[in-house]
Each structure stands twice: as C-alpha cells, then as structure tokens.
Ligand binder design. Structure first.
Ligand code: BES
Ligand code: ZN
Length: 636
C-alpha cells in the first residue's frame, strides 16, 4: 500500500479543507487518514469508496446476471471440469469487453452462440488472480467459458477418504469468501454483482452433491445433481460440497447434511435451529431463502461456519454434545439477513456483514437461551475484542478498513465482528431496544438484495436514526466508531454476574487460599470455563498447572474451545504433559481460529517452533489451502 507522508502543517490544512468525517451521499471518494504507531500520521492516496479493489471485473460496463454451470468433479485429478455459461447485460451500449476474475483456472475455449470468440488471460496478481478479458459479439446475451480448475485451487479442498469421518469416500468442498469463487468459476467476483444460478454437478455415483441453492433431500443418488438458486446472490456465496452425505430433518424448514457417522450427533446438537429461525423472523422480518439447512464439513474446514445461502457450512468442531457452541449456528443463520440479503459492497465494508451479524447472534442467543448466556457470550466477545485492540496496528482497528493492495484473508480479526456489534449495541442502548429493532427490520427491507457501502449506511443513518433520535445520537460519534481505531470512550462494557463469581474463584485459587479440587465446578457452563481459563495470568507455576489439570482433566477436555484455551496456557508455560494432546489437536483440526493462535504462540520459542513445524508438516497435506497460508509463516 502506498502511503504519502505529509507534514503536520499540510495535514492540518487538508483536514481543515475537507474533514474526513464530513461525508455526503454523493461523495464516493475520500482521503483516508492513516494512523500508525511507528510513522505518525500520514495520508494515503484518494480512495473510491464504491470501487471494489479486489476484483478486475467491469460490472459498470457489462454486468453478469445469471450463471449456468455444468461441472464434473474428478477426484483422481482433483479438478472440476466443464462450462460456465454467463448471461450478461451491457450497462453502456458501446461496451465491447467482459472482464472476469479467475485464479489458477485453465480456460480452454470461450464461445458465443456456438462460435469461438477471442479472450485474453492476463498475468496473475498474487492476491487477486488473473483478469480474463472476453471480446463480446455485437449481439448476444450469453457466452460460454470452457475451463477446468487447478488441484491447488485456493477456494476448494479435495479430501482423500482417510481425511473424512467415514474413511471410505472422498470429499470436496468450496469456500469462496472473500475472493476465492474465481478459483473454481470464471466470474465477476465482487460482492457488488449479484447473480442467480443453475448448476448440473456430475459426481461419482455413490456421492451426493449439495450447493448454496435449492437442495432436494430426497434426490436420487445417481451422480447427476441439478441445482437452482432463484434469488440473486453475490459470488462469494456460491458453494458446492460433494461427499458421502446423508440428510436428517430437524424441523419443517431446517435439516442437516453430514457424513453418516456424524448425522445423529449433529441433528441433536443443532436441534434449536428451527426455533432460532422463528425468533429471528419474528424480530427482523421474514426469512427470504425458503429452507435453512446445515452442512457439517470435515474438521479441515478452515472456518467455524460459512453462511452459504439455504445451506450454512459448519465445522464439526462445535459438536460438543451440550449445545455450548451453537452460537455459531445463530451467527450463520443471522447472515441470512445481514450479509446474504443486505450485502457489503466491498471488503472494506465487511463490518456491515459481520458486525450486524454478531449483534444479531447475541440477540438470537438471548431469545433462545436467556439473558445469563447472552451476558456471558457478550463478555467473552468483548475480551476477544480487547485483545485485538491491544495487538493490532491502529489502521486494522478501523471498521471501514482500507484494504487496498492487501489480501482480505490476511486481515481477519475481531474488529468487524465485535467492534461492529458493540457499536450497534451502543445505538441500541441509546435509543431503546424496541426502536433499534424496528430500525433493523426496516433496514433489512430497504436494502434487500442490494449491496451497500459504509458511506451509504451513514447516509441512511442520517435520514433515519440521526433525524429521529437527534437528542440521543451524535453523527460525530458514529463516525468515530466507524473511522477511528480503538473503542470510543464511554462505549458499553458487557458484564456478567456469573463471571463475577469466577473472578473470585480464580483469585482465591491463584493466591493459594483454595485448592483446585475444592472448586465446585459441577454447574459451570462452557462459558464459565472459558472465562476462568482465558483470564489466568500469563505465567503459572508447574504446581499450579498440574493442580488444575489433575482436578479438571483439562488436557483431555472434549470441548474444542476449552481445549484451545487450556492449550494456549500450556504453550505459554511450556507445560509438557499437554503437548501430546496439542500435537493431535493441531494435526486433526484445520479451523484457523483454533489453530492459528497456538502456532503463533509456539513460534515464540525455538523449541516451540520446532514442535510447531513437526505438527504442521504432518498436518499440511490435510490442511485447507487457507490454513496452510495462514500458518506456514510461523514454522518457516
Ligand atoms: N462469513 C464468515 C466467514 C468469513 C469471513 C470467511 C470473512 C471469509 C472471510 C462467517 O460467517 C464467520 O463469521 N465465521 C466465524 C463464526 C464465528 C464468528 C461465530 C468463524 O468461522 O469463526
Ligand atoms: Zn460471519
């Protein structure tokens, strides 16, 4: 990213002429002021806030509106091969070229009405892939691209039978967000472009294909599967999975797809999904997507969940046996409103997806599980946010983050999630919950099936809440939340009564006034365990570690979040008895949120790094490309 440093005087002048906080509806460019610990303040070049800096596509000239896919999955070659027929609309009569995004795709032919047409595949950019420029015929509305994917496509993972629960059949899944749809479909890979799609997916006969589209649980398993997504969706929500999958209904509109070995446990764990759907509809308006099903992925899935419409993709690491980690389902479901219906226009605006969704997640969890759990989850989220604010570069603490020249994958943090949610919580507290819910309901309706920038959101606030609650809200403060690092002073601080007791218990144990065996934990929830462990001082004595482990068997915890917190403590304190579990944890789970902090912590000492390298080298063939990329730097 290019930064032009300016003198303090020049900066004062610039800010006086055009304060970065004064934005209007029409304005689409802004000078971003960056704050950096090391370099002081600098001004970056002008940004067009409506432009998607992570796509080569030219939707302002030619817009793709529909895609017909016909793809064959070849598990031996780890390739999808086939055609994408794109229906487009010229936005300007003179437009003659269609520019698509691709990444590591082999394009064999492009045709229009059966005739070859010329195309050019540019050199690849490491973050964005390669632009595919197609010369359009004078008349016509569709072109067909014949192509195949690369075995190392960044948005697809091909698993061998050994890497699945059943061990007998292979598995394929895609993960398109943020900029990986282009690695398995040549398309306009920008959240500003919405398409409907149909697909024919050809697989080995024993396997079932599912997509982010209408799935028929009763479909015949014959190796040819037809899909239709009638609502226009952004490209990052196109998703495909193929495996030995079975379906079990959980409610009239909800069900789960999983490998047979996991199906019953998943259906039991997520049995509240239908109620979650109902309470969310009641508060935020009708669900727009017909069915809501879950797909349980193998443990290498690099995220907790992904909100692929009609079919959220879910990590198996949250099947804990006690519903303790089901806020993930509330989160992916909530995206059906914030994200899938109202969509961030660029990756700078990700907080509009994730912050609203995190806010909704808390609210859904409260409606289903009550206020105690709501408070506990909010405190844990707040602590994650505090940790990020303590460690991230100030520019990366800004909700409307400047991602130009960067790969969105590299900037994943709690900021868009928890800071975004805290901002909305503040508005809720200032104007009252009922009023804020009414606002959200209207917002989801007004922007349904549209993409929205941060700046459009602020203009919308101007016309709505800032007008109707002029005494309660202040535009300057709202801009502070969105454009400044950190958390504004006086922001809400989530609190939990249950955690007060945990603080007392922890202090008593740390001071030696009680032994771990004397702590009554029979009524502790997973959240209380996490709070107990996450707030331990960094260094504990060997005796303290042994005392905790002997009393609570933490090294063998079956809850993946508790195990994670304990293993973090173990690494910081080089607690060797946990290292075998640490090794099996790192080599069996690919979810970045769980493994990355462990690799980062291990990499701080030479012995830790050597251990991390052994685990990484063993795990690498089974890790998703994104997990490899996120962690390999720690072991090099
Ligand atoms: N949409 C995200 C995952 C994502 C975000 C992928 C940005 C790529 C780029 C998904 O909804 C998500 O937020 N998952 C979280 C869930 C958690 C916050 C409950 C995850 O995977 O940890
Ligand atoms: Zn999310």
């Amino acid at each position: 990213m290019q930064k032009i440093a300016v003198t303090t005087l020049a900066l004062i002048f610039l800010m006086a002429c055009s304060p970065p906080t004064e934005k209007t509806t029409e304005k689409t460019t802004e000078l971003t002021v960056s704050v950096s610990k090391e370099q002081g303040t600098s001004v970056t070049s002008e940004m067009d806030v409506t432009k998607d800096y992570h796509s080569f596509a030219n939707p302002e000239q030619v817009m793709v509106t529909h895609i017909d896919l016909d793809l064959t999955a070849n598990f031996d070659e780890k390739k999808l091969t086939g055609t994408a027929e794109l229906t487009y609309e010229k936005q300007t009569p003179t437009a003659s070229q269609l520019v698509l995004d691709t990444r590591a795709l082999t394009i064999t032919r492009v045709t229009s009405a059966g005739k070859d047409i010329s195309f050019d595949l540019a050199e690849a950019d490491p973050n964005l892939g390669a632009a595919l420029t197609i010369s359009l015929p004078e008349n016509g509305q569709t072109i067909v691209v014949e192509y195949h994917t690369s075995p190392s496509a960044s948005g697809a993972q091909w698993l061998t039978p050994a890497q699945t629960a059943g061990k007998k059949q292979p598995f394929l899944f895609t993960q398109a967000q943020a900029v990986h749809a282009r690695s398995f479909i040549p398309l306009q890979d920008s959240p500003q472009v919405r398409v409907t799609y149909n697909a024919t997916i050809r697989t080995p006969k024993e396997l079932l294909a599912v997509m982010s589209a209408a799935n028929d649980p009763e479909t015949e398993r014959d190796g040819v599967y037809e899909f239709n997504m009638p609502q226009p969706i952004p490209s990052y929500l196109i998703a495909l999975a193929i495996g030995d999958l079975q379906f079990k209904a959980m409610g009239p509109r909800t069900g789960v797809y999983a490998e047979p070995a996991l199906l019953e446990a998943a259906a039991a764990e997520f049995s509240d999904t239908e109620s979650m759907l109902e309470v969310t509809e009641k508060t935020y308006g009708p669900y727009s997507w017909d069915r809501y099903d879950l797909l349980i992925l193998p443990p290498s899935f690099p995220f907790g969940g992904m909100e692929n419409p009609r079919l959220s993709f879910i990590t198996p690491t949250v099947i804990a046996g006690d519903k303790s980690l089901v806020s993930l389902i509330a989160h992916e479901l909530a995206h059906s409103w914030s994200g899938n219906t109202v969509t961030n226009a660029t990756w700078r605006d990700l907080w509009l997806n994730e912050g609203f969704t995190t806010y909704l997640t808390y609210r859904i969890m409260e409606m289903i599980f009550g206020t105690d759990r709501y408070n506990m989850e909010a405190v844990l989220g707040y602590q994650d946010l505090q940790a990020d604010i303590a460690s991230l570069d100030p520019n990366d603490q800004i909700l409307a983050i400047d991602l130009r020249g960067r790969n969105p994958d590299d900037v994943f943090s709690n900021i868009p999630y928890e800071k975004g949610a805290l901002f909305l919580r503040e508005i809720e507290q200032k104007i009252g919950r009922g009023n804020f819910d009414a606002f959200l309901l209207q917002y989801f309706e007004d922007f349904a099936f549209k993409s929205i920038t941060t700046d459009e959101f602020i203009s919308y606030l101007d016309k709505t809440l800032l007008t109707n609650y002029a005494n309660e809200l202040d535009k300057k403060r709202i801009e502070d939340w969105i454009f400044s690092p950190g958390i504004p002073e006086g922001a809400p601080v989530p609190e939990s009564d249950a955690f007060v007791n945990i603080d007392t218990t922890r202090s008593n144990w740390l001071s030696g006034s009680i032994d771990a065996n004397d702590i009554v934990t029979s009524n502790w929830t997973v959240h209380e365990w996490l709070y107990f462990l996450n707030n331990m001082p960094k260094l504990l004595t060997a005796e303290q570690l042994a005392n905790l482990d002997a009393a609570f068997d933490l090294t063998r915890s079956k809850n993946n979040e508790i195990a994670h917190s304990w293993l973090m403590i173990a690494v910081k304190n080089e607690y060797e008895p946990a290292y075998q579990r640490l090794y099996s944890y790192l080599t069996s789970i690919g979810r970045n949120k769980l493994v990355k902090p462990l690799y980062r912590e291990l990499a701080k000492t030479p012995q830790g790094k050597a251990f991390a390298k052994r685990a990484f080298d063993e795990a690498k063939p089974g890790y998703h490309p994104l997990t490899v990329k996120a962690n390999q730097g720690f072991v090099e």
